[in-house]
Design a protein around this ligand. Sequence first.
Ligand code: PLP
Length: 415
Amino acid sequence: MAPGASEETALGQRVFAHGRGAVLTDLDGADYLDFAAGTLTQSLGHCHPEVVDALTAQAARLWNVHDSATEGRDVLLDLLTRLLPEHLDTYAFFSTGAEAVEAALRVVQATAPPGRNRLGALRHGFHGKTMGARMLVHWDIGNQAFAGNSVLGYSPYCYRCPLDLEYPSCEVRCASLVRKHIAEKPNVSALVFEPVLGAAGVIVPPPGYWEQIAEACRANGVLLVADEVLTGGGRTGSFLASEALGIEPDLVVLSKGMANGFPFAVLAGRAELLRSPEAARAGSYASTYASNPLGIAAARATLGIIERDRLTERVRELGALLDERLSALRARHEQLGDVRAAGLLFGLEFVTDEDSRTPAPDIARNVYTTALDLGLRTSVGGHIIRLAPPFTLTEAQLDEGVGMLAEAIERVTAT
Ligand SMILES: Cc1ncc(COP(=O)(O)O)c(C=O)c1O
């Protein structure tokens, strides 16, 4: 294998054999509670029996006929119509997040009025590693390729405020600066954003942030393109994070939470954009695996269960419980500088000490490997550990996982 795997894989050095629900088992027979849900993908836990049945049945019938309509696709379309806000009524299917982000950028480019040839993005946003998506990412994601000329706005990173202000006395200055930027730059066609910024450490906007920015985009004819690859599908306690934050996006990209870990992505949008003759030329939304029947089967089963079992409600309950436990942990350890939560998505930021807030990647890595040795899998990147357990986690598993994390932090910070 070429080197260049994720930090967690390189540090973890495990060979996993099978998984069921929140539990993963390695080749040596050791069990792990998976608080990273694969790669923040398995909202229903590993190998959910109904998703396995749907995939197995589809695998025995039909795998690939390009992007032709296949049996059961209509059921998925109906589900999306019910789960997404009414105005997002037109869909295209892909297989990865970045692929769907690229499709969204093509739609923006095809429908933009003349002269609007730049994109807006947020500092700390992550949108994938293909060139178009990469153009919008302006922080070190491990491979500094070409970074294009997108217009950048401040993200709502209160713990490390770029303006050295404090919420709420700041009156959300970061947002007013983005708003000003949008009003002053007539050549911006769309703002591409994560409503909650996931990869950079679960940066959760304070009230007032999105209201100002969304309104400025509307007033200035700038499309709102929500990258909900990570947050979509109920992860933050509503089907879209945008909904709870009062944003009405024109286009939305979804992937990780769509098909319980099977490669699948959705571009959802207003009909006037996705159906416009400029955007919808023959082949515009087609690719080798776009509209793949296996992905559709996995998504149909996954989203059907999320809707039937009202799992977004469960996310809010479990999220509140986990937030309470992690806040108590934070109060006990100054090196756990910040705990940020959005539903069942958490960012734990490790620092050398409370006053300097100097990022402490060594502590985060040690906590990650110690927790793994104890039987808890998390997601590590730099000085941040992310948690995104399955929505089907039991309360006993939640407490067990927090116990292992507490033990790991205790051991690492005591040395
Ligand atoms: C918000 C966001 N957008 C896009 C992507 C890229 O998705 P993929 O890795 O499936 O290409 C990711 C992946 O983590 C993501 O978190």
